[in-house]
Design a protein around this ligand. Structure first.
Ligand SMILES: [Zn+2]
Length: 472
């Protein structure tokens, strides 16, 4: 699709590489921002959704950019996986610090988009005065384009890090997340690092006035686990009802779940999140956060926060029924009825712990339970002052003193697999956006155009802090 655009984007990229340096030249940030936008345009034109087989060609096109930017062929690996692939690029340092590498990770695939539903074509980069639009323009081709451009910029400027830097772009983050598992299991040597910076999610939060109010860093993720519970019954003809009925049995179990509340839980990450978010809200919810930080037994504060869908997931494990199926004929007694229950499990509990809880809550030993899929449990990443200080320094020129807030996510990103493999992982981007404008996974996905230069500056400063000359 859109081969024309792809060609134009690559042509723009290559031609920019050959512009001779003159006094009238725009500053480096502007030049590399233009390159990042050309890459983004090419990336958006590729419909890298699950099953379409378009990721490997995207990876090849990125490989060409790294090669043109001076990376030796042996530093670049494309690892095929079914119809998709990962791309790993190593930026060799001089090893002078003796430190383990830093891994920077994003993903090349996107969630599907139905062209008819969008105001603009989802697989063409479009723009107005404020935003770029397109599927993946925020999640996550923006950051793929930024990291690729950043590596080339650093290389062309002669930068030699004191430790290796590794970029890993996975190929199925939005579907089965098997490419990240392939990397951690079979190609550990390529991606092994002291820690991973997952450049996907997190980042700057703007309020409705367009002011930066905080910068979020993902430290942990809840475990995503789905269970099915099935009530079975001998059944029979509906003209001859029995006292016991699979639908009644299941309905009773669902009501037991509805009445249950998993206990309030907190950890260093969630308490720091509440502590730093409280003063920004200036309302009852903010007050409740502040009270909770002072006294984690404040039941009133917990009740106020639990009533907010935005915050309930930060207060403990949640489980909620999401699907129902059952019965086989309108004139037959049901023989099997199943409810699907989706849980987001607070760090520290296994899916089996929660399954046992659910069985006790449902209080019917005849129900049959199953775990759907393979839940991945990951530990929280420890506080890392080096990373937090680097973020503060990188943000300082534009947003001095901006609160940096650790967050616990409620989904499963590639970071969970890095954590599960023993690589502490922190998710953040250089993008500042109002959550209302995000539309990731949704219709008319957009990213502020200003984010291109801001992100390049942010990440350049981050790399300088984390891997640059310490004497500077
Ligand atoms: Zn993503």
């Amino acid at each position: 699709m859109n081969g024309h655009h792809r060609f134009a984007a690559l042509f723009l990229w290559v031609s920019l590489l050959w512009i001779p340096i003159t006094a009238a030249e725009p500053d480096a940030t502007t030049r590399y921002a233009d390159k990042a936008i050309a890459l983004l345009e090419d990336g958006i034109s590729r419909e890298t959704v699950y099953g379409e087989g378009n990721v490997p060609a995207y990876a090849e096109s990125l490989r060409a950019i790294f090669l043109a930017g001076g990376f030796p062929p042996e530093s670049i690996s494309i690892i095929p996986y079914g119809e998709t692939a990962s791309l790993v690029v190593r930026y060799a340092g001089d090893g002078s610090s003796g430190r383990q590498p830093i891994l920077l990770s994003s993903h090349m695939d996107v969630v599907p988009a139905k062209t008819d539903d969008w105001l603009r074509h989802p697989f063409e980069l479009q723009e107005d005065d404020t935003f770029f639009y397109g599927r993946g323009v925020l999640d996550n081709k923006f950051d793929v384009s930024i990291l690729t451009t950043l590596f080339v910029w650093l290389k062309e400027s002669g930068f030699i890090p004191h430790r290796d830097l590794i970029v890993a772009f996975t190929g199925d983050e939005e579907s089965f997340q098997e490419t990240v598992q392939q990397l951690t299991r079979e190609h550990r040597d390529l991606i092994d690092a002291e820690y991973a910076l997952v450049v996907d999610g997190g980042g700057g939060v703007l309020n409705d006035a367009g002011e930066a109010i905080q910068f979020q860093v993902g430290f942990a993720e809840k475990t995503y686990a789905t269970f099915s519970m099935t009530a079975k019954n001998p059944g029979g003809h509906s003209s001859m009802p029995r006292a016991d009925n699979a639908i009644y049995d299941l309905a009773r179990a669902i009501q037991q779940l509805q009445a249950h509340q998993f206990p309030f839980e907190a950890n260093e990450i969630t308490l720091t999140y509440f502590e730093r978010t409280a003063p920004l809200l200036k309302n009852e919810v903010g007050d409740a956060m502040a009270r909770l930080v002072m006294d984690p037994n404040d039941a009133g504060a917990i009740a106020i926060l639990r009533a907010q869908p935005e915050y309930i997931g930060t207060l403990g494990t949640t489980c909620i029924p999401t699907m129902l199926s059952g019965g086989h004929a309108e004139n037959a007694l049901p023989r099997a009825v199943t409810a699907t229950v989706n849980c987001r499990i607070f760090p520290g509990h296994t899916p089996n712990d929660i399954l046992r809880d659910l069985q006790l809550i449902a209080d019917n030993p005849r129900l049959e339970w199953r775990v759907i899929g393979v839940p991945v449990t990951s530990p929280a990443s420890s506080f890392n002052t080096e990373i937090m200080n680097a973020i503060a320094t990188a943000l300082d020129p534009l947003h001095p003193g901006l609160p940096i807030v650790p967050k616990m996510g409620s989904g499963t990103t590639d970071g969970a697999y890095f954590r599960a493999a023993g690589i502490p992982s922190y998710s953040l981007t250089g993008i500042f956006i109002n959550p209302k404008d995000s539309f990731a996974h949704g219709l008319n996905e957009r990213v502020p155009k200003a984010a291109v230069k801001e992100s390049l500056r942010f990440w350049k400063a981050m790399i300088d802090e984390l891997a640059g000359d310490p004497k500077k």
